[in-house]
Design a protein around this ligand. Structure first.
Ligand code: PLP
Length: 382
């Protein structure tokens, strides 16, 4: 038997409390049993999103939340500014185009973060831009974009919405939706929220709801105004994914017990230890600036294939991490420290990387990366 470890940037492991709660018999989504459950999830999400506004729960993966953020607030012919710094930035462009939104891109070399002043210039040059779309954590490159600074730029433009895909960033990074002025903030269940895939979450500002009143893009399943009306009655438009929402309450309970600040600090600590460990092994980060706290992207050493490293981790040692996506495929591998993650996940990942690389002929002394991580992860004596 090969014991399995899930260290991918989604899906992430689910804590036993949530697994157990989700093993309960199914309840009916229109019965009184369910109403307090959705009510509690709705309030917990507002806490997590740091907002007084509604946070919708949508039965889809994160991409469904992204689609809804385009077709509910914008109309065919509207102009969007997309920060395209990786695979998921590219997805914003594809979704906008599918809804006939005219896209202008700020293209960033993979591994780098957008400069807020470039967004400022683009918005000043073209006042017709109605939405700025970005990832908080670009999972394909391991870069965190400076959402606070970007929000302060976009907020100055009253006819422009700031739309943030925080699918891999929520829980790993502090994202103050109301204080910073994020208009649409999107999350997904299978990442920092420590749940199976199947839910998207969309926080929506009052300014965005005004856009929704004017938007003419076609919509049926992802109809946020109707979802908002249903949510006011602790319902969803269609059959609610009751099991996942029961699990969501358990995850939120765990996060509330930890505290948001502590959750951010935990992710930062795990990310720092992972980065220092791989550097101690003589490896280079793929991420050139502003690394994400959710996932670490690492260059494969010269002559080695990143996909082979990823495959060997899984096949030989039972560790499911991630390979590269798009133009980074084969060149990198990625290790997540997201959600239900602790210090021994980092130790496991680094030990596995050392063993795989040594096995592939890379010269290293076993334990050097692990020791570097241990130094940073050790709990100080009082
Ligand atoms: C930043 C980001 N955006 C969007 C997605 C897409 O989410 P899903 O696969 O849940 O549709 C992902 C998933 O990996 C992601 O990391």
């Amino acid at each position: 038997m090969l014991k399995r470890y899930l260290l991918a940037p989604g899906p992430t492991p689910v804590p036993p409390e949530a697994l157990l709660a989700m093993a309960m018999p199914i309840i009916h989504h229109r019965s009184p049993d369910f109403l307090p459950i959705l009510d509690s999830a709705k309030k917990g999400l507002q806490w997590l999103f740091q907002t007084r506004n509604d946070v919708l729960t949508i039965c889809s993966t994160g991409t469904g939340g992204m689609v809804g953020a385009v077709n509910n607030f914008f109309s065919p012919g509207d102009k969007a500014l997309v920060i395209n710094a990786g695979n998921f930035g590219e997805r914003w462009t594809k979704i906008c185009k599918a809804y006939n939104i005219a896209v202008e891109e700020i293209k960033i070399d993979w591994g780098y973060a957008v400069k807020p002043e470039d967004v400022e210039k683009a918005l000043e040059k073209d006042p017709a831009i109605r939405g700025v779309f970005v990832q908080a954590s670009e999972t394909s490159t391991g870069v965190y974009h400076d959402i606070k600074s970007l929000a302060s730029v976009v907020r100055k433009h009253e006819n422009t919405l700031f739309v943030v895909d925080a699918i891999s960033a929520l829980v790993a990074h502090d994202l103050k939706m109301d204080d910073w002025g994020i208009d649409v903030l999107i999350g997904g269940s299978q990442k920092g929220l420590m749940l199976p895939p199947g839910l998207a979450f969309v926080g929506i500002s009052e300014k965005a709801w005004q856009f929704a009143n004017r938007a003419t893009s076609p919509k049926f399943y992802f109809n946020f105004k109707k979802e908002r009306e249903s949510l006011a009655k602790n319902q969803m438009n269609f059959t609610s994914p009751v099991t996942l929402i029961i699990g969501l309450n358990e995850s939120l309970k765990l996060l509330r017990a930890e505290g948001l600040e502590n959750a951010f600090k935990r992710h930062e600590k795990l990310a720092t230890a992972t980065r220092e460990a791989v550097k101690a092994l003589g490896l280079e980060l793929f991420t050139k600036e502003s690394p994400s706290n959710a996932v670490t992207a690492i260059n494969a050493p010269a002559g080695l294939d990143g996909q082979e490293i990823y495959k060997n981790l899984r096949v030989k040692y039972g560790i499911t991490a991630a390979g590269g996506q798009g133009q980074a495929k084969g060149k990198i591998f990625r290790i997540a420290h997201l959600g239900y993650a602790g210090m021994f996940d980092v130790i496991t990942a680094i030990a596995g990387v050392e063993m795989v690389l040594k096995g592939m002929g890379y010269s290293l002394k076993l334990g050097m990366g692990v020791a570097a991580a241990q130094e940073l992860l050790m709990v100080q004596e009082d």
